[in-house]
Design a protein around this ligand. Structure first.
Ligand code: 13P
Length: 253
């Protein structure tokens, strides 16, 4: 399975950032000659930049995705953007259910499932985010919380062919704190087990499970070497192309 290195730019950047895919490629090289070919790079910029980034990424073999979508195709939803609209811009992925969307914008598992469903319908790959809070981890509920989120956030329409899961412990996002490697490995194994129950062992093995939360060039190698970690969802370090490049290079050892 390929490794997916995804940068979530959150609400950062302006149109001058359209040059970033080019800067990334200069730092990282072109993946078509064997080197780097096991790694997919994805950048998820704010919506207003998606079309420009799709343009800027042409010829660089970099995917561009959205950070969120509305569950409806069209309608009177002022300020929202649909999965179809993201696809119309040339996006190929969309993050759904990020913990910031769940906590700040009140998104529930069922809304996340609807968003993921609309993404699949629009032929986008949904990246469904799950993760526990610090209190939930400290009280030993992390497995149960993440398991429940996962089961309720994967839409009935998903067959496992176009689906990515991101495990992002809320307390690790933007804090510099990272779970132990054993804890990351255990949670990814738990998630894989739930995917196996839902899709069967063979299909579950093909679904990328990303880790997110304070991934940096300094810790990426150890995290990405874990068996069930198939990539990373990166916030702060993904704003800088040298850091993103160093994280992607960590995949190759
Ligand atoms: P940081 O990498 O800044 O901790 O953010 C992680 C994240 O929220 C990615 O979606």
């Amino acid at each position: 399975m390929k490794t997916l290195i995804a940068a979530n730019w959150k609400m950062h950047g302006d149109l001058s950032w359209r040059a970033k895919p080019n800067a990334f490629r200069r730092a990282y090289g072109v993946p078509t000659h064997g080197k780097n070919s096991g790694v997919d790079i994805l950048i998820c910029p704010p919506s207003h930049m998606i079309c420009a980034l799709v343009d800027g990424a042409k010829g660089h073999d970099i995917h561009i995705g959205g950070q969120n979508c509305h569950q409806a195709e069209t309608g009177a939803f002022t300020g929202e953007i649909s999965a179809n609209m993201l696809a119309d811009c040339g996006a190929t992925y969309v993050i759904v259910g990020h913990s910031e969307r769940r906590a700040i914008f009140g998104e529930t598992d069922s809304m996340v499932a609807e968003k993921a469903d609309s993404a699949i319908t629009a032929k986008l790959v949904p990246i469904i985010c799950v993760g526990e809070s610090r209190e939930q981890r400290e009280s030993g509920q992390a497995d149960e919380v993440v398991g429940d989120q996962l089961k309720s956030s994967i839409p009935a329409s998903a067959n496992g062919d176009t689906l990515v899961i991101a495990y992002e412990p809320v307390w690790a996002i933007g804090t510099g704190l990272v779970p132990t490697l054993d804890d990351i490995a255990a949670m990814h194994d738990h998630i894989r087990g739930i995917l196996s129950t839902r899709f069967g062992d063979e299909k579950a093995q093909t679904i990328q499970i990303l880790y997110g939360g304070s991934v940096k060039p300094s810790n990426a190698k150890d995290i990405l070497a874990l068996t069930d970690v198939n990539g990373a969802l990166i916030g702060g370090a993904g704003l800088d192309m040298e850091s993103l490049c160093a994280i992607a290079q960590a995949v190759e050892g």
